[in-house]
Design a binder for this molecule. Sequence first.
Ligand code: ADP
Ligand code: MG
Length: 340
Amino acid sequence: MVDLKRIHELPAILANQISAGEVVERPASVVKELVENAIDAHSTEIDITVEDSGLKVIKVVDDGDGIDSSQVQTAFLRHATSKITEQRDLFRVRTLGFRGEALPSISSVSNVELKTSTGSVGTEVVFKGGKFISQQASESRKGTTVIVSSLFYNTPARLKYLSSPNTELSKISDIVNRLALSHPEVSFSFISNGRELLRTSGRGDLLQVLGAIYGVKTVSKMQPIKSKTPDISIDGYVSLPELTRSSRNYISLILNGRYVRNFPLTKSVINGYGSKLMIGRFPIAVVNISADPALIDVNVHPTKQEVRISEEPKIGGMLSNAIREMLADKQLIPDATRDF
Ligand code: ADP
Ligand code: MG
C-alpha cells in the first residue's frame, strides 16, 4: 500500500509524464510544440508529415540552427531550455517556447528519434518512453528532424480519450494552418498519409498563406486592416460582411508571432462589424498584433495559447476601430466610382 506520509521526489520519467498530461493533450499538441521549436530555431522551411493522425508517426523536418551534439541529451531534461536564463527574461519572452517541457514531455509518452546538426557534424539520439537509448554521429545537413512514433503507447487512458482519427487530423491541420498564418516568412508543407494538405511559399506574404488555406475565392473577399500606436501595432486581413462562417474559429489572433486564444479580443473583432453580421455568423480574420513583450504575460498556461495582456481593452478598441474604418471606406468606394 502507498504510505501517504512519506514525501519523496518523483522519478524524472514520472514527473515528465505528469507534465505531458498538460502539454501533450493530443497529437496536435506534439505538432505544435515541434513546429514552435523549429520556428524558434530560425528555420526558413518546415516540413510536417503525419501518419494515422499522428498516432503512428509525426515527423517535423526543419532547416534551423540545430542543436550542438554536446547539448542534445540536455534538451530532453525537464525545464532545460536555451531560451531564457534568468527571472527577468520571463517578462520579455520573444520566443514561442521557454518552459523547457516539450521534449521531455513528448518523449515520456512516445518514442522519439531526433537528428540534428548545427552545420558541422550531426547527431542522432533515440528516446523510448522517456528513457535514453542511444546517441551517435549522423548525417550533417544543418537543421533538425524529429520523428515521434507510437504516441501514447504507454498511457492507454490518454489513447482512449482521443477523438476519431478524422477529428484528430483536423485538429492537427488547424494548428498547422495557424502556425503558417503566424509565420508567412516560413515555408511550410504538411502531408498526411502521403497526401499534401498545405504548402506555403515562405515569401512573407500573408495573403498567399490565406489563399493556400482558405482558397483564392475566399481571399478575394478579404480586406487589409492596420492600426498603430507607439507601443502597439496591428495589421492583418478580415473578411467583408458578405463572407462569414458559423463559428468564431476562423478568427485567428497572432500576438508577437504566437497564435493565441483570447475571448475579449475575438469579441472586439466581431464588434468592429457592428450590425453588419447576421446573428450566429462570424467573420474570417487573421490579425497580427505586435506589442512590447513586457505588456504580455505568456506564463499563464502550459501550452501558452492563453496569455494575459495588460493593454487588452486598448488593443480591443484599436481592432474594432480598424475594422469599422475599413468597412466605412468600402462603402465609400461604390459612391466614388459611380457614374454621374
Ligand atoms: P523550450 O522550447 O521551451 O525551450 P523544448 O523542450 O521544446 O523547450 O526544447 C528544449 C530545447 O531544445 C530548446 O530550448 C532548444 O534549445 C532545443 N531545441 C528543440 N527543438 C529544436 C529545433 N527544432 N531546433 C533547434 N533547437 C531545438
Ligand atoms: Mg519548445
